[in-house]
Design a protein around this ligand. Structure first.
Ligand SMILES: Nc1ncnc2c1ncn2[C@@H]1O[C@H](COP(=O)(O)OP(=O)(O)OP(=O)(O)O)[C@@H](O)[C@H]1O
Ligand SMILES: [Mg+2]
Length: 251
């Protein structure tokens, strides 16, 4: 078997505060292979952001380790890009500067071409010179997604990146992300609350328990793309996930 791209080994995480101590992760292990699109599903407060931040090198586990390409993660990496749940863009930079931030030493024309391409892709044409305070929450989120895609990332860690978007933009961004993933086969870890979003996007869905979090189940999603949201195979997977999460499928 090939070496996994991401190897999460027995992660534990406890936050100790003044007089409080909270156990968030309790023995989480899984592997992700190169080019997989993995969605994390779990209740609010279960530790999905904490887990992703540890995998991304932004936080350290209390116990356990994460390996990417066979090496222990000790901090963030310029080709492993994180899209934060809350806006991670710089307020003092214009939209085009935020999006071009990771492009480093490229010649100015090439840089301009890439930035324009992604500005158009996320529907921000006309806002190139705007500052973040002039944008809506969803627009700021789109700046983050564009910036992440522009650097041609090796791995994408996305924490509810479309959570603040209206449902139409959400669908559009999902379709765009799938198109990019199909073309470039990056490895993607994607946190969401939304069961449909997970089944539409993922090759594998990992369902987490409430805190202290363990893996409840791992569900493969072998559906062909484009995915038909009304096919019996789609609905069967949805029913299985709803059951696992104790969510009614019909109301
Ligand atoms: N820096 C921190 N210090 C103390 N407690 C924290 C810290 N970060 C997170 N927690 C706690 O850890 C738990 C998990 O938080 P986390 O943000 O990982 O959940 P989540 O699954 O991403 O939730 P949501 O779906 O609402 O985004 C929460 O109870 C939270 O209060
Ligand atoms: Mg979160």
């Amino acid at each position: 078997m090939d070496r996994p791209k991401i190897d999460v080994r027995d992660l534990w995480k406890r936050f100790d505060g003044q007089g409080t101590s909270i156990e968030v992760l309790s023995g989480v292990s899984f592997q992700v292979h190169d080019g997989e699109f993995v969605c994390f599903l779990g209740p609010s407060g279960s530790g999905k952001t904490t887990l992703l931040q540890i995998i991304g090198g932004f936080d350290a586990p209390s116990r356990g380790e994460v390996l990417v390409d066979g090496e222990v993660v000790a901090g963030p990496h310029p080709k492993r890009i994180f899209v934060f749940q809350e806006s991670g863009i710089f307020p003092w930079l214009q939209v085009r500067q935020n999006i071009g931030l990771g492009l480093g030493e490229l010649p100015p024309l090439e840089r301009k071409r890439i930035v324009s391409h992604y500005i158009e892709m996320v529907g921000l044409s006309g806002f190139e010179a705007a500052y973040p305070h002039e944008l809506s929450g969803g627009m700021k989120q789109r700046v983050q997604v564009a910036r992440a895609l522009a650097v041609n990332p090796d791995v994408l860690y996305m924490d509810e990146p479309f959570g603040a978007l209206d449902s139409l933009t959400r669908l559009k961004m999902r379709a765009e992300l799938v198109r990019i993933w199909e073309r470039e086969r990056r490895t993607i870890l994607f946190v969401t609350h939304d069961i449909d979003e997970a089944i539409q996007l993922a090759t594998t869905v990992i369902v987490f328990t409430p805190r202290p979090t363990r893996i409840q189940t791992v569900i493969e999603v072998p559906l062909p793309r484009p995915r038909d949201l009304e096919s019996p195979a789609y609905l069967a997977i949805k029913e299985q996930i709803c059951q696992e999460m104790g969510v009614p499928l019909r109301i």
